[in-house]
Design a protein around this ligand. Structure first.
Ligand SMILES: [Zn+2]
Length: 581
């Protein structure tokens, strides 16, 4: 590409709406242009990166045996009503009504559409397994679209769906996708981590997220420092080794006057105890119906995703002070497990509380707590389970090693779905004996536009983007410092033509502008390799070759540059895509 003819209007100032590095640089580097809240034009540079991501995905999906389809964006309401998600999805789903008053969704995901296709196309075990995927726009009406294409209302996604005859075969399909996602992440050039994930609203009981590691990431990953162990999970799912049950002799239950004491810290200090010797009781409203008490060791936080799951709830929220007072008779801060069930409140205790002896709890009465509280003798829970937030420094449940935390950006997700959709939509096949069986499904997504933004979040500096070679809009920028210097220009033109002929993605900055602007633009857009042809060096037979990620350039012999550049591009795109483990 010749820069003179290219639509690349870089922006010097940081646009006001940009909150994140990727959003800022994508706008400034002329990759995207905002059209409305959460909707963006993909400009030529942006589309080039997005297309490269799509190509890598497509190649890896095809080689995994999956087949590409293209499903409509518009999907009839009736399909969503079959699974109940027309109601469940709420306002996040964009809906339209046609001239005949038929309702449609602008697809936020495609389980219903694909299951409908497969139930009509496949009826025999001989046609299974099948894995169908598409790369297409999706719509989600985010309450607050932000971070550019990271959380847009319209975005490009790769979604795949596998259909198998039984659970065992479905697990095989899942494993193939897990490996495929690893290859895709490696080819893109990500530093990333696959982590165990909660299966959330979509259902199923096995899932993993592919997290791009970046300090600016919104997600927290818990991982084991023991590399041989390899345990990693997102915060919602992460578990840790629970302490051994205590064995101290039981002390008598004592009611203590604790005026004006509300926090765990105040309480522990008042009683001369450590926070981990206390237990706090948090009250929740479950599915807008019943109240539940969740008891957690005083020094730890509740993981509400886990709690929701152990309560078997669709939704939980903290009870309001009014609800707490009405139901327990005590204001906020004094709830405790003793006599709570008698008030019609379901009692869940975390595993960290189960083994505590002689703990301190609220008294369900204003300004009173109990000490010497013992499970079994003083209260009995409805359920004991793990709903604690794992944290840095905890012990790994798998190997006993130390857990640590890091930030990440989710770019991919693989789910084992089971028969959730095949059951409600009656997607069945006939087995060898002629018996009708439900297909067992998995689904697998990658946020394509999000991948591009995540790559920028992971690879940037104060001057701009530092693209991994595999998805850079152009791999090489040839920059003649002064286009009026004929010999240098002639060389630059020839290098440009030769590189192009060799299959290198190259742009020549043939603009007649100051070199300072050229260098700033090249750094901002972040071409991995830059070749600068300047008059002084060129007269000595030398040309500057610089990797964007490195500080210094190399002064190369002008005749060696073509080979050097072509080889660097080739090498940087070659990665070992062997499975991670
Ligand atoms: Zn471990």
């Amino acid at each position: 590409m010749r820069w003179k003819n290219a639509l690349i209007n870089t922006i010097r100032e940081t646009p006001k709406e940009a909150e994140t590095v990727s959003h800022k640089y994508m706008l400034r580097a002329a990759m995207i242009k905002k059209l409305g809240a959460g909707i963006y034009d993909l400009l030529p540079l942006g589309l080039r990166s997005v297309s490269k991501v799509m190509n890598i995905i497509r190649q890896e999906m095809n080689s995994s045996g999956a087949q590409e389809v293209m499903l409509p964006v518009l999907s009839p309401a009736e399909l969503w009503q079959e699974t109940g998600r027309w109601a469940v999805y709420g306002r996040e789903m964009m809906r339209i009504t046609d001239r005949h008053d038929n309702q449609f969704a602008l697809g936020p995901t495609h389980e219903e559409v694909i299951t409908d296709l497969v139930r009509r196309e496949i009826n025999s075990y001989k046609q299974l397994p099948v894995n169908l995927y598409q790369i297409q726009v999706k719509f989600r009406d985010e309450i607050r679209p932000r971070f550019g294409v990271m959380r847009a209302r319209e975005f490009i996604m790769k979604d795949a769906y596998s259909f198998d005859r039984d659970e065992k075969a479905a697990m095989e399909s899942y494993k193939i996708m897990f490996d495929t996602y690893n290859r895709i992440c490696k080819r893109i050039g990500f530093k990333y981590r696959p982590v165990e994930a909660d299966s959330g609203a979509i259902g199923g009981n096995m899932s993993a997220e592919f997290m791009v590691l970046a300090e600016t990431g919104e997600d927290t990953i818990i991982y084991c420092e023991n590399e041989k162990c390899g345990y990693a999970a997102n915060m919602e799912k992460a578990v840790f080794a629970k302490p051994e049950p205590q064995t101290a002799a039981e002390e008598p239950l004592t009611k203590v006057h604790t005026p004006n004491i509300k926090t765990v810290g105040e309480l522990a200090a008042f009683l001369g105890k450590k926070p981990e010797e206390t237990a706090k009781t948090i009250l929740y409203i479950v599915d807008e119906k019943k109240m539940a008490g969740a008891v957690m060791r005083g020094d730890r936080e509740i993981n509400e995703v886990k709690l929701k799951n152990v309560l078997g709830a669709n939704e939980i929220r903290l009870a309001t002070p009014e609800e707490i007072l009405e139901k327990t008779g005590a204001p906020v801060g004094f709830a405790g497990p003793i006599n709570l069930r008698e008030k019609g409140i379901r009692l869940a205790i975390d595993d960290t509380v189960a083994g505590l002896k002689n703990t301190v709890t609220g008294g369900n009465e204003q300004d009173y707590h109990y000490t010497g509280v013992n499970r079994g003798r003083d209260y009995q829970e409805n359920l004991a389970a793990d709903f604690a937030k794992a944290q840095k420094g905890d012990r790994c449940a798998k190997c006993g090693g130390i857990l640590n935390e890091q930030k990440g950006i989710e770019v991919g997700h693989v789910f084992y779905l089971g028969t959730k959709y095949s059951k409600s939509m009656k997607a069945t096949y006939l087995d060898e004996t002629g018996k009708s069986q439900l297909m067992v499904m998995g689904c697998y997504g990658i946020g394509v536009t999000r991948v591009v933004a995540a790559a920028i979040e992971q690879n940037n500096d104060e001057n701009g983007i530092i693209w991994p070679m595999a998805i850079a809009p152009y791999e090489v920028a040839v920059v003649p410092v002064n286009v009026k210097y004929a010999e240098g220009m002639e060389y630059a033109e020839k290098l440009y033509t030769d590189l192009k002929a060799a299959g290198v993605d190259v742009i020549i900055d043939d603009r007649d502008i100051s070199p300072g602007v050229k260098f700033k633009d090249a750094d901002l857009i972040g071409f991995p390799l830059r070749v600068v042809v300047g008059e002084k060096n060129f007269k000595d037979g030398k040309v500057e070759v610089k990797l964007r990620r490195e500080k210094n350039f190399e002064l190369a012999d002008k005749d060696a540059v073509f080979g050097m550049v072509a080889e660097t591009v080739r090498r940087e795109k070659t990665v070992d895509t062997g499975a991670l483990r």
